[in-house]
Design a protein around this ligand. Structure first.
Ligand code: ADE
Ligand code: ZN
Length: 327
């Protein structure tokens, strides 16, 4: 069996995927034309997804999000995103979406949630892929907006809408200020995760753990700058959702074979890594490709890939009896 076939067949969970980042370029074009969203100049449709840093990426990400208007549009993108994960051997998905960008385009929360939740149901029926939704706060907006986000999102909390995240540009917007927002979300029964240590320093990883009480860290690469924090995260079994292609395209760690690539250092330090995609079509990848890339660039054997897949189940927000059933 080739590595490609093995990586695809391996049952695994996807725990770090942004819905707007999981829209195929063709679907983006179709929705943008339907909903009168002006696109930047492009030749081939794939050129819509050309960028080499987070700032430029997020501009296109917002444009994709603004192309999604009706409940049917939300249904379509959720269904296609989950089909794409299922095709890569993903059996269970916890995925983010960014309600505030849609809100600012005039879309109400009922429209967003009804379309996405129906897309999740239909993908489960058609592909057997089970999914849960994590609305994520845009950290570039204010803390007041984050509280407003909670007011709007918490009424939708359910078996399927299970937690909150924190994303967008981290460096100028560290986690600490969101502490009261996270406290309120936790009291309301939400599970908690946050992007940290992607562009910001190791202290942001510590603050996400200690101030926001997150249960996972999304990316977390700069944790390697603080050896004591690495040791603590190893001891506590903190899971990091790492996204290899995302580092190559959106960060300055462009060489996965480099001895100082943070994912390699994190792996060698014994941190619990969960391989994820971030924004699969926008980063020209899928979950199977991310596993294969790590195997090829870090010389991992198949047993190790299987252990990484088990990490993804371990770090999933599923109850223990469901996990036992899956194992
Ligand atoms: N939204 C989508 N992808 C992201 C990333 N890599 N960092 C922050 N916000 C994001
Ligand atoms: Zn992300």
């Amino acid at each position: 069996m080739t590595l490609e076939v093995f990586a695809r067949a391996l049952p695994k969970a996807e725990l770090h995927l942004h819905l707007a980042g999981a829209v195929k370029a063709e679907t983006f074009l179709k929705l943008a034309r339907k909903n009168d969203v002006t696109l930047p100049p492009f030749g081939e449709v794939e050129e819509l997804y050309h960028y080499d840093n987070l700032f430029d990426f997020l501009k296109i990400y917002d444009l994709v999000a603004r192309s999604v208007v009706s409940a049917d549009d939300f249904h379509l993108i959720a269904y296609e995103a989950l089909a794409h994960v299922a095709n890569a051997g993903g059996r269970y998905v916890e995925f983010f979406f960014s309600p505030q960008v849609h809100q600012d385009a005039g879309i109400n929360y009922q429209t967003m949630f009804s379309g996405i939740l129906k897309g999740m149901d239909d993908a489960e029926a058609d592909f057997g892929v089970i999914s849960r939704l994590i609305p994520a706060i845009n950290r570039e907006l204010t803390v007041d907006r984050a509280f407003e986000f909670l007011d709007r999102v918490l009424p939708f909390r359910s078996e399927k809408v299970i937690g909150i995240g924190l994303d967008y540009d981290e460096e100028p917007f560290p986690p600490a200020q969101f502490k009261p927002v996270y406290e309120r979300a936790k009291k309301a029964g939400m599970r908690l995760t946050s992007h940290a240590g992607e562009g910001g320093p190791a202290a942001n990883v510590r603050d996400a753990l200690d101030l926001l009480s997150v249960e996972r860290i999304d990316h977390g690469y700069r944790v390697i700058e603080d050896r004591a924090l690495v040791r603590r995260c190893v001891d506590e079994g903190v899971a990091f959702t790492v996204c290899p292609s995302s580092t190559v395209i959106l960060t300055h760690w462009r060489d996965l074979t480099a001895v100082d690539h943070p994912i390699r250092i994190m792996f060698e330090a014994g941190l619990k890594l969960v391989v994820c995609t971030d924004d699969p079509p926008m980063l020209q990848t899928d979950l199977a490709k991310e596993y294969r890339l790590l195997a090829e660039t870090m010389s991992l054997d198949r047993r190790t890939l299987a252990d990484l897949a088990l990490n993804s189940l371990d770090a999933a927000w599923l109850d223990e009896s469901t996990k036992r059933h899956w194992r």
